[in-house]
Write a protein that binds this ligand. Structure first.
Ligand code: SAM
Ligand code: SF4
Length: 491
């Protein structure tokens, strides 16, 4: 099938997602408890951020309603969806090498009379559109992050032999069209889960593709989030992480049309008795409002761990990045968070080698890290992205320099991470148990600070929060011992 036969489904004037207020009772009905598999088997592979993880589960729920059963095994999948990431060049290129392997598999299948459909979803789909069909002829369908609720219709057309691209931002609300997962699906996904509350970004940092791939900032209505969360909690979920590209820019409306901040939303969700822990990610320093900082003191269920990307410790670079915050402003947020919640731990994202970054600028980043202290972090070499202002600059930094700076920064961040973990040894902390451990008789969970913790304990404690004495820190997890209330009182 040639590219001439592909087409784009276009919805003119659809540059915003609707945010109409919706009653909980209007939410789409849940998937049946055990979905029939007459549609075949689907594998949704997710790359990149938590938003993609969430979208992948919603795609699986949607296709479950169409009769597709989920599989983790590529060899038995009739439909493979790659839910892609475009944030750095490496992430995008990885998709094409994955598609190359899938194309071989598809050819072999076809030779033996079996069909396989390949869908590219997510941010590569949005950014590259028909180019994906051009570069890889085995791809049947390219669908953007704001149109994946149309997958059932698109797949029907693809079955008829058409190759399609749908990367328009929908006029209808994607979330209205997505079915809720069944209780069995929720249980299978574990006791900790994500809920998208906000999508898109209006910040236009000069290095970043997100505003182009995910569109403008849009917040989901309060009632929808409450209804989705209640359903998750009723089925056994105990920890909810509210997610959004700029989650703290959340301003969803309630039934009366009043706008709620992220802090108000967290306060509302904390009232649900089944919820044991709340988190939110990813935040932007500019939207770190005082009511959200205060929420860390007022809401005990809100975990004392904040992921707050700073990107650079140089005001000159921050300005060039169009970050709209300064180093002093960032440090002030941390100080206010620590005042509200003295045990708060911080995490961040860093980019080294942004165009024009000097040795002094990089040293300023190292100084910021030393001053702030991070429990964990993500750090990256700057990757020029097509269409972003950073990529146009003539003063790109040499790859070798970027590599050396990243190595130095990561060594410092790793030292801080290990020190943070080591400082937990000897303390007694709350752990939410999430799954069986790697060894017989073990269970594993998370500390309030996102550290993996394992103890010897019964599997029926999964979903429970219990007191754990930390006895040792490994490179990636903590070992602990369950302790009774009486034992803790005596200590
Ligand atoms: N919205 C968040 C924020 O404001 O920082 C983060 C979004 S982005 C998905 C996650 C991280 O990827 C960013 O914080 C940044 O550190 C990194 N990133 C984004 N664009 C990049 C680029 N062109 N090169 C290297 N890293 C990049
Ligand atoms: Fe990208 Fe900046 Fe928006 Fe974060 S705030 S998603 S880094 S443009």
């Amino acid at each position: 099938m040639g590219l001439a036969e592909s087409r784009t489904i276009s919805l003119k004037g659809a540059d915003k997602i609707s945010t109409r207020v919706q009653n909980a009772s209007e939410l789409p009905s849940p998937a049946p408890e055990s979905a029939p598999s007459e549609g075949g088997k689907v594998l949704v592979k997710s790359y990149g951020c938590q938003m993609n993880v969430y979208d992948a589960t919603r795609m699986a729920d949607l296709l479950g309603r169409e009769g597709y059963a989920e599989t983790a095994d590529e060899a038995e999948a009739d439909l493979v969806i790659l839910n892609t990431c475009h944030i750095r060049e490496k992430a995008a290129e990885k998709i094409y090498s994955e598609l190359g392997k899938l194309a071989l598999e598809k050819r072999e299948r076809e030779a033996s009379g079996r069909e396989m459909k390949i869908v590219v979803a997510g941010c590569v789909a949005q950014a590259e559109g028909e180019e994906v069909l051009r570069r890889q002829r085995a791809v049947d369908l390219v669908v953007g992050p704001q149109s994946y609720h149309r997958l059932p219709d698109l797949l029907k057309q693809a079955k008829g032999g058409q190759r399609l691209t749908d990367t328009e931002f929908a006029v209808e609300d994607k979330f209205d069209a997505l079915p809720q997962p069944s209780r069995a699906q929720i249980r299978a996904r574990g006791v900790s889960t994500f809920v998208t509350v906000q999508e898109g970004c209006d910040k236009f940092c000069s290095f970043c593709v997100v505003p182009y791939t995910r569109g403008a900032e849009v917040s989901r209505p309060v009632a929808d989030i409450v209804a989705e969360t209640r359903r998750l909690v009723d089925a056994g979920v105990r920890e909810i992480t509210l997610i959004g590209q700029n989650v703290n820019a959340y301003c969803g409306v309630d039934e009366k049309g009043a706008e709620w901040s992220l802090a108000s939303l967290l306060g509302r969700l904390a009232e649900m008795p089944g919820i044991k822990r709340l988190r939110y990610t990813t935040s932007h320093p500019v939207d770190m409002a005082q009511d959200l900082i205060d929420a860390h003191e007022a809401i005990p269920k809100l975990m004392p761990f904040v992921h707050l990307p700073v990107q650079s410790g140089s005001d000159r670079v921050l300005k060039a990045m169009n970050r709209k915050h300064t180093v002093a402003g960032y440090l002030d947020i941390i100080a206010r968070l620590r005042k509200a919640r003295p045990d708060v731990a911080m995490s961040s994202d860093f980019i080294v080698g942004f165009p024009g970054e000097t040795d002094e600028d990089f040293e300023a980043t190292m100084a910021l890290v030393r001053e702030a202290g991070f429990a964990s972090s993500f750090s990256f070499k700057y990757s020029p992205r097509p269409g972003t202002p950073g990529a146009e600059r003539a003063d790109q930094i040499d790859e070798e320099v970027k590599r050396a700076r990243l190595a130095a920064l990561q060594a410092l961040l790793e030292e801080q991470r290990q020190a943070f973990n080591a400082a937990t040894v000897g303390k007694t902390i709350d752990v939410l148990f999430e799954k069986p451990g790697r060894h017989e008789g073990q269970i594993g969970g998370k500390s309030p600070y996102m550290q993996a913790v394992h103890v010897n304990g019964p599997a029926d404690m999964i979903g429970e929060v219990a007191r754990v004495a930390i006895v040792a820190a490994g490179s990636n997890s903590l070992a602990g011992r369950l302790i009774s209330e009486g034992e803790e009182a005596k200590a």
